[in-house]
Design a protein around this ligand. Sequence first.
Ligand code: G3P
Length: 224
Amino acid sequence: MKLLIDSADVDAIRHILEFYPIDGVTTNPTILKKAGRPPFAALKEIKALIGGAQLHVQAVSRDAAGMVEEGRSIAASLGENTFVKIPSVPEGFKAMRILAGEGINVTATAVYTPMQAYLAGMCGARYAAPYVNRIDNMGYDGVQAAKDIHDIFEKNRMGCQVLAASFKNSRQVLELCKYGIGAATAGPDIIEGFVKDPAIASAVEAFIRDFEDLAGPGQTMASL
Ligand code: G3P
């Protein structure tokens, strides 16, 4: 499972990239609004930080013609390994077929049902992004929906993978990691939460103290 950062906060992205193995960054209009900067300025800075890793950027037009125009512009401005996020609605499916036909990477977004993902895959999308926690909040099972989409893609031998999004806790990500989905995108807080536990910090601290008791304060294996 690839792991991406769902954020447009350049400082937060830089911090996560320094410490964790990351395959790219996903954004959406709400995430860009939170960053509060002109969209292409923020996106180009993110692109410079992540190099050749994936960058997913959403189109906002309501009709297929506008989505296609935006998709071409996003791909041309941001270059290699850019994915254009297109909502999985009727106009979106029309746009996905055109963009995929031009060789532009498409990520189908706003996926709440497995059959939306199936249609996106048939339209040539490379990824489909089910909103795990939002589905949970509707009273359904977001993790199960993402697993069903993974199975649909595998069993029908479609060239599309799950890019699960909208996580609110580590367990949702863990369940999908165990299932071997294509990718998950999570906010910096969720990614840091994978290793945030007093028991982990305390275990590491105890090893350091024991070593210093043995070898002297401030000593390490490199300083002996
Ligand atoms: O782009 C989809 C994803 O970021 C939505 O997450 O937290 O707004 O449900 P959230």
